[in-house]
Design a protein around this ligand. Structure first.
Ligand SMILES: [Zn+2]
Length: 183
């Protein structure tokens, strides 16, 4: 079950046999996918469509270490994209139907399965990863987001750090609202 998959595969042959590919891709092979925590799990089934074109369907699973966009702390992202590939040879006419298959160019007989897997996982990465819980509720940034009483004339863009200079100039210290030392 934890066998490393064959990198260069022949989709036409695999589809003709109705073959399956079950195995893993080692993180060291995936330069473009940073933060891989464990081998990628690959589970694919090959078959031919009615026109004889090779299809591959299945599931990929990977865990990627990333950074939360909200609290900037490390977080782990679980990726599990479903795969629906249709391999098209240059001689194949463009297929009329589109979904659910994603077309993969087949120049020659072999494709690089590791590259395909990596492509698919890169597409599945969330553009702005965030913890599932409300991690931004308390954090270091809270002290700096203070509403200023002096109104900004510009109605459009907020300048979040415009008040910071005056804050720092007034009080050289970390204390903003916790300096209640009056008796
Ligand atoms: Zn977070």
């Amino acid at each position: 079950m934890t066998q490393t998959i064959t990198r260069h595969i022949e989709p036409v042959l695999l589809a003709r046999r109705g073959a399956s590919i079950v195995g893993v891709v080692e993180p060291a092979l995936c330069d473009r996918l940073a933060g891989l925590q464990a081998p990628i799990t690959v589970d694919l089934r090959f078959e031919g469509d009615t026109e004889g074109r090779p299809l591959a369907s299945g599931l990929l699973e990977a865990r990627v270490e990333s950074r939360c966009e909200r609290c900037l702390q490390p977080m782990e992202i679980a990726l599990a994209p479903a795969v629906h590939w249709r391999f098209l040879r240059p001689s194949d006419p463009p297929p009329a139907e589109v979904a659910p298959f994603e077309d993969v160019d087949l120049d020659g007989t072999e494709v690089d399965l590791v590259t395909l897997v990596e492509d698919e996982l890169l597409l599945a990465l969330p553009p702005f990863p965030r913890h599932a819980y409300a991690c931004g509720e308390e954090g270091t940034a809270r002290h700096f987001i203070k509403p200023q009483p002096t109104a900004e004339p510009a109605p459009g863009r907020k300048r979040p750090f415009s008040g910071l200079a005056s804050l720092l100039g007034r009080q050289p210290g970390p204390g903003t609202d916790d300096g209640q030392e009056s008796n």
